[in-house]
Design a protein around this ligand. Structure first.
Ligand code: PMP
Length: 389
């Protein structure tokens, strides 16, 4: 815990250093500052003013199963999914959370029977999102327990499998791997948006998690949403959030509604006189440019490799392209065993493979930083040689 905490603190400090000249490039966290420029250009169209008399009550909509869900936010979520075609929203309950991080914990609570003789096993295929094991075990719950890599899981009985697609850290498209009858599936679709990967079908799973952090880039708003088929599960998730934080910031939901609407509306003008580039076009174009730049740097230095992705046709944009994930899953080739330390010695901060349940020859690198940071990073990477620094 301490080391995690100090990682967070030191990362914040490094933000100062990035611009301060000591040359540290911090790409450890997936902080989506890449999107600032778009929202800056959007200006008034994404500005939301909240008056003093608003959001006084705890309650947003007492008739809804999720009584702290703002109807405006719910509507903007449904509208956006319909435009993008990445998830079915019909016959689903929407549960809002303080980031999908809170929803993740609400899901574990909702899916674990309270009277079981032992904790429910929670698994995900390695490399898995580094926070899953920490979030599952930090309270040492009697309800559920981290059981590691889904490929290695052989225990009988019920389990929860987290299916992250596209995956954090490696960007791969995923399906469940355990495939036993007593399995409960949670689909974490944080990155199933057309700037990162071709949308191939509207996802139709029982429990799907999304977040504004990776869709619009507003990580600081701290909002996520779950699309849940089963009423009882949605109710238990709502109960968890009631006990955990008595609901979710109404102000955040109102602001997020405005932002999601601005994304949807950026498509109303397509083909007309475009004032602003539509949101996912902006995201797609930057990601395409960055991945090209990154692959060129990796080819030049010859010390690393990156995964390849099969091309797919996006039902949303009509484009055929290869995934351009929010993280680069970089492998140190040859004799470098600890890729995180090696890059750190070049003042590039990343997150090593061991946090994701695999070899330390791998690191995860955020590709969602501001332009200057990303340019500096690829420049430094391409110039890297083994005998330095
Ligand atoms: N799931 C995945 C796979 C993620 O990468 C992240 C963010 N790094 C989250 C969930 C959590 O997102 P947030 O709490 O910001 O909504």
């Amino acid at each position: 815990h301490d080391s995690k905490k100090s990682r967070l603190v030191t990362s914040t400090v490094s933000k100062e250093l990035q611009n301060g000249g000591d040359g540290v490039i911090d790409l450890d966290h997936g902080d989506p500052t890449m999107y600032e420029r778009f929202w800056h250009e959007m200006g008034e169209k994404s500005t939301f003013v909240i008056a003093g008399h608003q959001s006084i009550s705890y309650f947003s909509d007492v008739r809804n199963l999720c009584w702290f869900l703002e109807p405006e936010f719910a509507n903007s979520v449904v509208r956006l999914h319909k435009i993008v075609g990445n998830a079915i929203t019909e016959d689903r309950h929407i549960v809002v959370g303080t980031g999908s991080t809170q929803l993740f914990q609400a899901v574990l609570y909702a899916l674990s029977p309270p009277n079981a003789s032992e904790p429910m096993s929670v698994v995900s295929a390695a490399p898995f999102y580094s926070l899953y094991p920490l979030l599952t075990d930090y309270l040492m719950s009697a309800l559920y327990k981290w059981a590691g890599d889904a490929y290695e899981f052989s225990k009988d009985g019920p389990y929860i499998e987290l299916v992250t697609s596209p995956n954090n850290p490696d960007g791969s498209t995923r399906e469940p791997v355990v495939r036993r009858t007593k399995g409960l599936l949670v689909h974490d679709l944080a990155y199933y948006w057309p700037q990162y990967t071709p949308i191939s079908f509207p996802a139709d799973h029982d429990i799907m998690l999304f977040t504004v952090s990776k869709s619009t880039g507003h990580a600081g708003i701290r909002l996520g949403w779950a699309l849940v088929k089963d009423r009882e599960i949605a109710k238990k998730m709502t109960n968890f959030i009631e006990l955990n934080t008595i609901g979710v910031s109404r102000d955040s939901q109102l602001r997020a509604a405005k932002i999601l609407q601005a994304v949807s509306e950026s498509y109303d003008y397509v083909g007309n006189s475009k004032e602003t580039e539509p949101f996912f076009e902006y995201g797609y174009n930057i990601m395409a440019k960055r991945w090209k730049q990154l692959r060129a740097a990796v080819n030049k230095s010859k010390l690393f490799s990156l995964p390849d992705f099969p091309p797919g046709t996006c039902t949303f944009s009509g484009r055929t392209f290869e995934s351009q994930p929010a993280f680069a899953w970089l492998k140190c080739e040859g004799e470098i065993e600890d890729c995180e330390s090696f890059l750190r010695s070049h003042k590039i901060w990343t997150r090593g493979g061991k946090y994701f349940g695999v070899s330390s020859k791998y690191v995860r690198i955020s590709t969602l930083s501001r332009d200057e940071t990303f340019d500096l990073f690829t420049e430094r990477l391409s110039a890297m040689e083994l005998e330095s620094p």
